[in-house]
Write a protein that binds this ligand. Structure first.
Ligand SMILES: *Cc1c(COP(=O)(O)O)cnc(C)c1O
Length: 430
């Protein structure tokens, strides 16, 4: 299922060489566990593909909304990546972790003036501008601060990626960016040509998330390069940077069949080279923003199984000590997950269960129709591929403290985010 896992002599699931049952005992449950080796491997796959297909003229910027804490910024920095942030909070965390500001891309469809000012003062590398109001606010703030800033325009390329509608972002009916078809993006570039402080250096698009097809990315690249040609002809601006966003799908269950990143990168690079040649443009500096594909499969969540409810002829509920507070993705998108009974990982999966969380919501489920090993109260259940959009989407609903995050490398573990305490929960209450 995943190259990071195996089953040890005790029949326990291991991740990155560490026994998950021992981890649950040592740190308590629920617990996020991440395999650092796998995260680094994923970073390197992108790095190598950029070297191979673009002669090193490009960078992968980790989309940190997938999983944001100081340690992940340190890791991706060590791997030579950039990062993408979408809020002052993510930006603050990255800077506090020592991430170099010039390799940060700042996104968002409604950045506040305060956030923009913070980004300017911290000398963030690039602001990805979403709308005209933001463009003008930014220019005004730059004027006031006496600074310049490189910007990209976020473009909706009109590409329909086949993914869940809540994570689809490339079409005209999207809250993100400037539409290409309507001439809105070109008009924005024209306005940029008249600005003195905000310097347009490239275009950005992000067509959605958990996408398995390569063609939508190729199409988006062709359209953006076409727009670059048009911007050069009509606005006299040479844009050297093409940021294609993230969205590369990962394998959550056996139904998912992602293209290996290398193959994907190769095909997209062909589209980029061809389109640039057709427009008579130099091949742009390429930025990719993988989030899920860096951390998703590197993480698991360990729970302790509590109540077991067999409803004859209906289904069997297994309730665990976490749920939508640490993983709201089923509640949001009916996302599918695989699970393993960590202390019986060597046995065949003979049960079909619904894994339920502990919150006071019937929709608080983690999986329906999940195949697991025989499972009873006290067992440790591992839900797989929870490294992305789990901790970062966690909440304190029902006043449930957020779990700790433990990083595992070569069989050794360390806490990178402490478990929240009851005192943490009331910290801001007056
Ligand atoms: C969410 C997001 C990403 C990352 O998407 P993944 O599907 O996690 O790879 C990249 N860029 C932008 C602008 C995003 O909003």
């Amino acid at each position: 299922m995943n190259e990071s896992f195996s089953v040890n002599r005790e029949g326990h699931l291991t991740i990155g060489g560490a026994d998950t049952v021992a981890l649950a005992r040592e740190y308590g449950t629920p617990l996020y566990v991440m395999d650092e080796g796998m995260i680094r491997d994923n970073c390197r796959r992108y790095r190598r593909a950029i070297d191979e297909f673009y002669g090193g003229r490009g960078i992968a910027a980790y989309a940190s909304k997938a999983f944001s804490c100081k340690e992940i910024y340190r890791i991706v920095q060590q791997e030579g990546m950039g990062v993408d942030v979408v809020s002052e909070g993510e930006l603050y965390t990255s800077l506090l972790a020592g991430f170099p500001a010039d390799k940060i891309f700042f996104h968002g469809n409604n950045k506040s003036e305060g956030e923009l000012q913070f980004a300017i003062r911290q000398r963030v590398g690039y602001i990805v501008v979403d709308n005209l109001r933001e463009l003008h606010t930014l220019e005004h703030l730059l004027e006031r601060e006496g600074q310049e800033m490189k910007i990209l325009l976020r473009v909706k390329p009109g590409v329909d990626a086949h993914t869940h509608q809540f994570i689809r972002t490339g079409q005209i009916d999207s809250k993100f960016g400037f539409a290409l078809e309507t001439g809105e993006a070109l008009a924005a570039a024209r306005e940029c040509a008249a600005l003195r402080r905000a310097r347009l250096v490239g275009l950005h698009c992000h067509i959605g998330s958990q996408i398995f097809e390569v063609e939508p990315f190729c199409l988006a690249a062709r359209r953006l390069i076409g727009l670059m040609g048009q911007i050069r002809r009509e606005c006299g601006l040479e844009l050297g940077m093409l940021n294609l966003g993230g969205g590369f799908g990962i394998k959550y269950t056996e139904e998912d069949d992602p293209v290996p990143y290398e193959r994907f990168m190769e095909r997209v690079s062909l589209a980029i080279h061809e389109a640039a040649a057709a427009e008579g443009l130099p091949v742009p500096y390429v930025v990719l923003e993988p989030g899920r594909s860096i951390v998703g499969r590197a993480g698991i969540t360990l729970y302790t199984v509590g109540a077991r409810k067999e409803i004859p002829g209906v289904r069997t509920y297994l309730s665990v000590d976490g749920g939508m507070t640490d993983n709201p993705r089923y509640a949001l998108y009916q996302s599918k997950y695989e699970a393993i009974v960590a202390n019986r990982a060597g046995e065949p999966k003979t049960e079909t269960v619904t894994i339920a969380g502990r919150c006071c919501e019937s929709g608080d489920l983690l999986a329906e129709g999940a195949k697991v090993q025989p499972c009873s109260p006290g067992d440790i259940l591992a839900v797989l591929s929870t490294g992305a959009y789990n901790y970062s989407m966690a909440s304190n609903y029902n006043r449930v403290p957020r779990p700790a995050v433990v990083m595992v490398k070569d069989g050794k573990s360390r806490v990178v985010v402490r478990r929240e305490s009851l005192d943490d929960l009331v910290r801001n209450d007056l």
